[in-house]
Design a protein around this ligand. Structure first.
Ligand SMILES: [Zn+2]
Length: 567
């Protein structure tokens, strides 16, 4: 009995001591507040191709869905702009994806002249891979990110978190889906407008859910639909018929726009795919694909941070044809606003509010249509590149140069035939003749020689600085020829139908200014007026996800991150 009592006492004492020390330990380690998730479950990178920054200011009153939610509940950077000159799709997406400028990532244009093969190379063309089409479709060529010299943020995220991260991207354009994903990814899917097929290539896995979705929902299922105005007519700014508007094949310059191909013949043709890509139905399709990816792969549920990239291409096709002051641009944004509202509601439900972070931006803006701008009385026009080329060839006639001296001239980049530029650099009189011929052409603002653009050059003007940030030796042209503001370069042959619609690709602010918004996990909502660039997105997402980027021209947007006071 005594023994038993003693044992019981000892046991009681041990239990008491243990529970006391457990209580003390608990007290010591009890945090002051419940621990929050330390990382977002999902990063959602949204790019709206050609969405100019001021569209948010001007058209936000027309929005009720996801765009409105981003503006009202997110961090809105109102003065975001690319600082470089080559404001094109491949360049912008590579900048968003890597956090670096073209002088670093090397994607200098949608396509550049390859001096070895004497051919134009699309930025994603890869001779060592083959594209494959989903759902029994057909496609050709091979595309990858092998020419992008820096890993995408998404790649670093997957690499540094031990591989649990899934990286999935969608766009109509290969150069958008691929650059957002990076060199390898779980899935990168784009649209072949020539055949109507959804496509991927070897560095990305074939996804059964994409095959299934595309089989059940072929794009041709939208044949016969009509794009009509979503809002009452008096909700639209500007004229119903935009001055100088071009058009999409088979469409007039005013609403409604029927998706019936070239001649409403009853079957989908090449013109139908063009119409579809320039309609809100393509944005809705991409949104549904993205939602299917969230559900099928359980994005946001892997335990790591997943990455979903969607680049909406249709605003670009619409903007090129109808311009920034059109009902079409306003209406497609109204429809995209609805799609994004739907996407965010889906994310709230499947991943959880505040458990994902969204970034939205654009790859570039757009110039006003020159004929529309001329109505203000301001100088605006079209710079004929074939005429410019003929002028330079003529200037070299009195010098002893092989003909033709120019191998390729497109956009703002001039490439001489092999050996010619080396000769010109040793021949001041001939070089002067070339530069004079180019710079005195009406519509030309400046001509920069490639040796004036190499890394380390001290810029003499903002446009010069922009051209320096764009220059990549071996890929960029021998001369960079900049048009005047409100002028477009045009490659159509002399005497052929002149340019209608508009474009982008310059260092002017209408091309550089883009929206930049964050929303969700870790984001401090508000309006921010500091000048920032889309290269700041990847470093900011890297900060939120605990990832280190090797090269970054951008910076962390610290003012838009939630402040956590030290314990
Ligand atoms: Zn474009």
């Amino acid at each position: 009995m005594w023994r038993m009592q003693r044992t019981a006492l000892v046991v009681a004492a041990i239990v008491l001591a243990a529970s006391l020390s457990f209580a003390q330990a608990q007290k010591r380690s009890t945090p002051k507040k419940a621990p929050a998730a330390t990382r977002p479950k999902l990063v959602v990178m949204i790019v709206v191709d050609q969405m100019r920054g001021d569209y948010v200011d001007r058209f936000r009153g027309q929005w009720q869905g996801g765009l409105k939610r981003l503006v009202e509940q997110g961090a809105w950077f109102r003065a975001a702009a690319y600082p470089y000159a080559t404001t094109e799709t491949c360049v912008g997406h590579a900048t968003i994806s890597t956090g670096a400028f073209p002088a670093s990532h090397g994607m200098v244009a949608n396509a550049w002249w390859d001096r070895n093969s004497q051919k134009l190379l699309p930025c994603t063309s890869d001779p060592n891979v083959k594209n494959s089409a989903y759902a029994g479709g057909t496609t050709k060529g091979g595309d990858s990110a092998w020419r992008m010299n820096i890993p995408a943020f998404a790649e670093e995220l997957k690499f540094q978190t031990g591989g649990a991260t899934r990286v999935v991207t969608f766009s109509l354009k290969a150069r958008a889906a691929i650059t957002l994903a990076g060199h390898k990814a779980d899935a990168a899917t784009w649209f072949d407008a020539g055949t109507g097929a959804w496509v991927t290539s070897a560095p990305y896995a074939i996804m059964p859910f994409v095959d299934d979705f595309v089989s059940k929902h072929p794009v041709t299922g939208d044949y016969g639909k009509t794009w009509s105005l979503s809002l009452p007519q008096d909700h639209y700014l500007y004229d119903e018929n935009a001055t100088g508007a071009g058009t999409v094949e088979g469409w007039s310059t005013t609403f409604p726009h029927a998706l019936r191909g070239k001649e409403a013949g009853g079957a989908p043709d090449a013109a139908f795919f063009e119409q579809w890509a320039a309609s809100p139905f393509a944005d809705t399709y991409l949104t549904t694909l993205a939602e299917t990816a969230i559900d099928s792969l359980g994005l946001g549920k892997s335990g790591a941070t997943d990455y979903l990239g969607v680049s909406y291409s249709s605003v670009d096709y619409v903007g090129h044809a109808f311009g920034p002051r059109s009902w079409e641009i306003q209406d497609i944004l109204v429809r995209l606003d609805q799609d994004l509202g739907e996407l965010f509601a889906h994310l709230d439900q499947k991943v959880g509010k505040e458990r994902y972070v969204v970034a939205l931006t654009a790859d570039h803006g757009v110039a006003p249509i020159p004929a529309d701008m001329q109505k203000t009385g301001f100088d605006a026009g079209v710079l004929s590149l074939p005429e410019l080329q003929a002028r330079i060839e003529k200037a070299l006639e009195s010098f002893n140069y092989a003909r033709p001296a120019i191998a390729h001239l497109a956009g703002n980049e001039l490439y001489f035939s092999q050996g010619i530029y080396g000769q010109l650099k040793q021949d001041p009189a001939a070089m002067k003749a070339v530069l004079d011929a180019a710079s005195t052409m009406p519509g030309v603002a400046a001509v920069y020689r490639s040796e004036e653009l190499v890394d380390g050059t001290t810029p003499i003007s903002p446009n010069h600085r922009a051209a320096v940030l764009s220059y990549f030796a071996g890929r960029s042209g021998d001369l960079y020829i900049l048009q005047q503001p409100y002028w477009l370069t045009d490659s159509s042959a002399a005497g052929s139908k002149r340019h209608t619609g508009t474009g982008h690709g310059t260092p002017y602010y209408y091309d550089q200014h883009v929206p930049l918004l964050f929303m969700g996990f870790g984001i401090q909502p508000g309006e921010y007026l500091t000048g920032v660039t889309p290269a700041d997105i990847a470093p900011t997402l890297a900060m939120l996800t605990g990832v280190t980027l090797a090269t970054r021209d951008g910076k962390v947007l610290a003012e838009a991150l939630e402040k956590h006071s030290p314990e």
